[in-house]
Ligand binder design. Sequence first.
Ligand SMILES: [Zn+2]
Ligand SMILES: [Zn+2]
Length: 440
Amino acid sequence: MFVNRLLSVITSFFISAVCGLSIGASPATASPQELVVTEEDFKEERVYSPYAGRAYADQVFFGDMHFHTELSFDAGLIGTTLDAHDGYRMARGEKVISNTGQPVQLIRPLDFLVITDHAELMGLAPAIRESNPLLLSDPWGKWVYEKFNSGQEGRMAAFGSIIEKGTSGVNPFSSDELTRSIWGQFVRIAEGYNEPGRFTAMTGFEWSTTPDGDNLHRVVVFGDGAEKTSQTLPFSVFDSDDPQDLWKYLETYEDKTGGNAIAIPHNGNLSNGLMFSDKTRSGDPIDRAYAAARIRWEPIIEVSQVKGDGETHPLLSTEDEFADYETWDVGNLDGSAAKEEWMLQYEYGRSALKLGLKLGQELGVNPYKFGLSAATDTHTALATTREENFFGKYQHTEPSPDRHNRAVIPADDPALRILTSQEVASGLTAVWARENTREA
Ligand SMILES: [Zn+2]
Ligand SMILES: [Zn+2]
């Protein structure tokens, strides 16, 4: 299968209607030769067509909106050394050297890239490598640093603590100083690669809530530069594991900075029935206010990426012969719970669109009237999306003779395991706009 199957064309939330000149209607009695445009014709009240003067989005741009570098703990601590510089450079078309020392380049450059490292423990790996003073001044940070550098046994203890803390909802750091420093550096790096009209370098992060191993992750994308994004910090599971709190964070960001941002859910297929439910995170039925907030802040969902396809499932689309494309349906994100058939309807894009129509009738607002996108979710800092040029999800699945049989989801129950051979060389997002800029 080729990535072309996955290119989901969306209308970008960044596209705002640009007002142009209104060409008014000429008097009906005038012959074509006598058509005259007068001052009066430009007055809005003389225009019948609501689209008169609309400046159409007339160009399509391709890019990746879900992308990890060494700043993500589940990348940087297991071998990814490429950083945001490498990610943007490669997306712009340059040759880079991969995490395993292999030269790699795209068949053609991307038009835009959003780097979205996990908010939780952002920058931990480079901070350990570089003996970052902000890490060493924190009690847990110092402990992790020392364990990590004390041989195999200590390293395993550090890993155990990092995984436990990273998923527990309790921030192990005593302050946000390290995060502030890492985030500030990152948003400034993006400025250096942003070239209006040629390449759009954007920033974001991933809110990585995984209750009981069920995936509720959202990627947050900012439409702004460092002047605004440096005024916030990534919102993590340490702040809240409820998407309604993430939406409040986005609202606060926009109110404070005048900027714009959205959240994009992904991998409903690994949520075990939670992602597109008819209930809130706390189990109450969705009400009108929830529906309005959800579609306000989540106007797009990511339906394809390396961890399987999220558009539909053969049991949901029984007459669609393509419905079994790259299906991951054995369990949840950490392989701790098996999939049950009732869950499927709440996990996939198409069934969510159907549920949204029903909820829209009942509530007056449809929470699932979303557009579709696709991304890589690469953890190698390499946005490779073609099978002949695919560098895998992690450093350990970069090209090698035995790359196919490693674990992506190393579940205790063999039936719930996912192997690297099941990774998908997916995908990109296409955006209609008038020019290749953050603002457009
Ligand atoms: Zn995720
Ligand atoms: Zn991700």
